[in-house]
Design a protein around this ligand. Sequence first.
Ligand code: GDP
Length: 437
Amino acid sequence: MFSLLQEKLEDAFRKLRGTAKISESNIADAMKDIRMALLEADVDFTVTKDLIKAVTETAQGEDVLRTVNPGQMIVKIFHDELVKLLGGGATELDLSPPQRILMVGLNGAGKTTTSAKLASWLKKQGKRPLLIALDLYRPAAITQLQVLGQQLGVPVCVPPAGETDPVKATRAALKWLDEQGGGVAIFDTAGRQEVDDELLTQLKQVRDLVQPSETLLVADAATGQQAVAVASKFNETVTLSGLVMTKLDGDARGGALLSMRQVTGCPVKFIGVGEKVEQLEVFHPDRMAQRILGMGDIVTLVEKAAEEIDEKQAMSMMRRFEENKFDFTDFLNQLKFMKRLGPLEGILGMLPGMGALKNMPGVDDKRLKHTEAIILSMTPKERSKPEILNGSRRKRIANGSGRPVVEVNQLVQQFEMMKKLMGNKGMLSQLAGGMMG
Ligand code: GDP
């Protein structure tokens, strides 16, 4: 997510931090770099201009040059402006009666997937979601929604066989809804390849019948500025109450997300970060700004972990760290746990300073299997006392697991590093601090 934007911004800020003496002229240089970074990330031109202006003005107003650490101060000011740009606080989903959510968007944006994700999210919130398939234009979408609904245990309403009129299909759906005895209804409407009058006219008719409490546009972040233009058009005709930006996991630039709020005036309410049904996150501007600036996102990670974590196991793991007993069996469990949290790249991205681990053996998804194989080839004694792993033992393990010795060596090295990182003052305590604070 945003790897390109992050890299460029990091470069710009590193220059500032690296200079012994900060002057007005190198702040101006940094602003130029940041401006370039934003434009290269496909952020809207006016949005970029306004953002740079706001940061410069605040920096001047606060007399940054007199502060103890001007470089960091600029990062802080930029962060705060970024939060404002992204919409300030999180905007909650309106679930007031009639509790109807209309999902709109172009084909392929992720409407059907997001409808199911939203149903799954609502279920976790203790609500009763209902899914309504209204995408008559793409018949596969109906089957897709049925399958997803079945997996989630969520009732799905399908249009009458052969129905091609969205208005009639909507009436039938509302009748079905009446029989369901309440719940939050999610309407998966039809899209098109691009915005056209027919689509908008039909959507207006459907909207007038449904009278939704939320009209959410599902927009593909990877399409950049085009997504912003699409959102503006939908907003002009069907009036959106919010946005869901999908495919942020594959979006290195981030321009659409950064421009969306400012250009359309609509809040982003959710983001899609993967194809799986649980890969939907409530959008928090402050956390996103931190992620973009490489400050990590401990809060989201802790929330994700809280959904998966077995508290007893976590406590005993923590104790093992503190007593310095953490061994390869724990390491293996830890890796398995991280795997459950989602793609490792995403998780490491949320941890401040952990980005460097991304390229280490055993920490990426593909090599996790190899790591497991190596650990499983160790004797229980070796797993609990890694310090006895001498040359001949390492060779035996390499043979047993079918991996080269150098990989075994790397893993042992990585294990030691992880142990250090997770030691008393390390990551785990930070996480625990985050949970308590
Ligand atoms: P629709 O035509 O708008 O209903 O689009 P679909 O829901 O069928 O999604 C189109 C494709 O995008 C599918 O392959 C989805 O798995 C994929 N997709 C949807 N959301 C995300 C996301 O957040 N991340 C990724 N990587 N893929 C997504």
